[in-house]
Write a protein that binds this ligand. Structure first.
Ligand code: FE
Length: 207
């Protein structure tokens, strides 16, 4: 079984003109993202020739490679969502996205307060995700690229809370960084991801 090699996506220019989150932070952050892409490809190559007969749950090549693949691939996917929806003008979402946020959290402000608190409580990531089994939105918490994902849920927004995302600009003041994250959000890709997730949800229930 062969997984395709990945290529790092380019950053859009507006990511270098954000308020609060500096060009330097984005440049350094992008290097980490490229690192995840490279490590993913390195692991995939090694998996293609791994000796399956040595499989062992305490230590084996296949075990180590498959564990770290989730970290590398998580790092790729999380950052692609993160970079895609930053570099915008903030404000509030609209349309179906706002409707579902209000339905599932009570109000936009209640959702934003929950995201911020979850972000302060997380050691790595917060995802707003759509659950395909139950059809709702929830702010999930992750401590690393690959911890605590929920099966059959599509992340539509990803907030990086690792220190590399803010320490240069905000020191230990993560709350101020999360405020800057909101202020630079581009809601369009978030709305598009929700639309795609809901299309899948409806398609699964059509026959
Ligand atoms: Fe990051």
């Amino acid at each position: 079984m062969q997984i395709a090699e990945l290529k790092a996506k380019e950053l859009k220019p507006s990511l270098f003109e954000m308020s609060g989150i500096s060009r330097r932070t984005v440049e350094e952050h992008y290097k980490l993202y490229q690192g995840y892409v490279n490590k993913h490809n390195e692991i995939v190559k090694k998996l293609a020739s791994v000796d399956l007969s040595t499989a062992n749950q305490t230590y084996s090549d296949i075990r180590e490679l498959k564990v770290e693949l989730t970290f590398a691939l998580g790092g790729v996917k999380n950052h692609e969502i993160y970079f895609e929806h930053l570099g915008g003008n903030g404000g509030k979402p609209s349309g179906r996205l706002l409707e579902l946020i209000e339905r599932d959290f009570g109000s936009y402000d209640a959702w934003a307060a929950d995201l911020k608190a979850t972000g302060i409580a997380a050691r790595g990531w917060v995802w707003l995700a759509f659950d395909h089994d139950y059809g709702y939105l929830f702010n999930y918490l992750g401590d690393a690229q690959n911890t605590f994902p929920v099966w059959n849920a599509t992340p539509i927004l990803a907030l990086d809370t690792y220190e590399h995302a803010y320490f240069i600009d905000f020191g230990t003041n993560r709350a101020a960084y999360i405020d800057a994250f909101f202020a630079n959000l581009d809601w369009e890709p978030v709305a598009r991801r929700l639309e795609e997730a809901e299309r899948m949800y409806k398609a699964l229930r059509q026959d």
